[in-house]
Design a binder for this molecule. Structure first.
Ligand code: WQD
Length: 345
């Protein structure tokens, strides 16, 4: 009976947390990664949490011949969770070719290899994003899966939309294939053990790692990108979801495709259902950690969405999943991880 779960991009931020939850749920796992945006020390972190090494192969999913080696070595792969992709919005604008070649080729190779090696019941969980919704209109907030998709604002976002379209076409043509697309809102925080967490490369582009590096004195001051938006306190609103809660949703999605009578292609929005502004998050961080957090209001960041948060009711109902970890606890986990990184230096 095939049952192993392949995790591509397994040493990435969400991939590593998902491996922990898959193992906790009793799944056999094999992870692959090319370490383009992570390192082997993440494998040590995972081992520290689960008490043993996981099966792992260093390879590039965009290279079909190399990628096929994991399927030859692990013939019991039944499902795949596909995280392996480049994901920096700003970088994608300056280097679209990298994003189209890497993100599309990796996915095409995965579908092709799953068909060749896994046959009937091959299932894929695809790491998608709320960026496919762009800026929802007021009547479409909170955002449900039926909200209209907007043209992506970046090549990164466009690769997410294109990959979803590719997967829709494939499940129509190949009845043995099942797909679940999980559209993440804003993943934040770190595992409670502080052994794995977010590892931004260079200057953090995302809010929470920039906050923790500011509190740690690595950055002088946080710039809040605008307080003149049409929101209660003028700063942008997002749906910040704890990465461990997000990881658990992937386990539910794998289970559903293996065990339940799921549709060939299903989509779920993964968020808390609660919108939080930048300034609110800054205040919660200060209260939760007791740390000073110097910030200035600066000009808006180009391409920023003003306000977006999820309607997670479909995932709550169908996946039996919800993201309930309180924001202060999530931000404390991010701070504990930042302190661990400082100790490791
Ligand atoms: C959040 C808010 C900024 C940094 C990200 C990914 C995107 C997608 C969704 C995966 C915004 C503000 C930020 C800073 C700030 N994830 N901010 N000062 O832009 O919502 O999108 O999550 O697919 O790919 O990029 O997240 O953390 O960059 O910004 O004021 O130094 O924080 O303006 O309002 P974003 P973010």
């Amino acid at each position: 009976m095939k049952h192993r779960v392949l995790v591509t991009g397994g040493t990435g931020y969400i991939g590593s947390h998902t491996i922990v939850e898959l193992v906790n749920a009793g799944f056999d796992v094999v992870a692959v990664d090319n370490f383009s945006n992570s390192g082997p020390d993440v494998l040590e972190g995972i081992a520290g949490i689960i008490g043993r090494k996981i099966d792992f192969m260093e390879l590039d999913c965009a290279d079909r011949s190399s990628f096929s080696k994991v399927f030859m070595k692990y013939p019991d792969i039944a499902s795949a969770i596909h995280f392996a992709a480049s994901k920096a919005v700003g970088e994608s604008v300056g280097n679209p070719l990298k994003y189209y070649m890497n993100n599309l080729q990796s996915l095409l190779n995965l579908v092709s290899l799953m068909r060749e090696y896994c046959g009937e019941g091959a299932s894929i969980v695809f790491s998608s994003s709320c960026t496919v919704y762009g800026q929802p209109s007021p009547e479409n907030l909170p955002v449900s899966e039926n909200a209209p998709l907007q043209p992506a604002e970046s090549p990164y976002g466009r690769t997410k939309q294109m990959c979803e379209d590719i997967l829709r076409d494939c499940v129509k043509a190949y009845p043995e294939l099942k797909v679940t697309a999980l559209r993440y809102f804003n993943p934040i925080g770190a595992h409670p053990s502080a052994l794995i967490g977010e590892l931004p490369v260079g200057i953090p582009q995302n809010l929470v790692p920039y906050i923790t590096q500011t509190a740690a004195g690595i950055r002088k001051c946080l710039s809040v990108f605008g307080d003149d938006y049409d929101t209660p306190d003028g700063s942008c609103i997002r749906d910040y979801i704890y990465v461990v809660d997000l990881a658990k949703a992937h386990v539910q999605a794998v289970r559903r495709m293996l065990e339940a009578d799921s549709e060939a292609f299903e989509v779920f929005n993964l968020g808390t259902g609660r919108g939080v502004s930048v300034l609110e998050l800054v205040n919660v961080f200060r209260e939760a950690t007791g740390m000073d957090l110097p910030y200035v209001i600066s000009s808006r960041r180009e391409g920023d969405i003003e306000k977006v948060w999820a309607d997670p009711s479909k995932a709550n109902r169908v996946l039996g999943w919800s993201a309930d970890t309180p924001l202060d606890k999530v931000l404390l986990s991010a701070w504990n991880w930042q302190k661990r990184l400082l100790e490791k230096k």
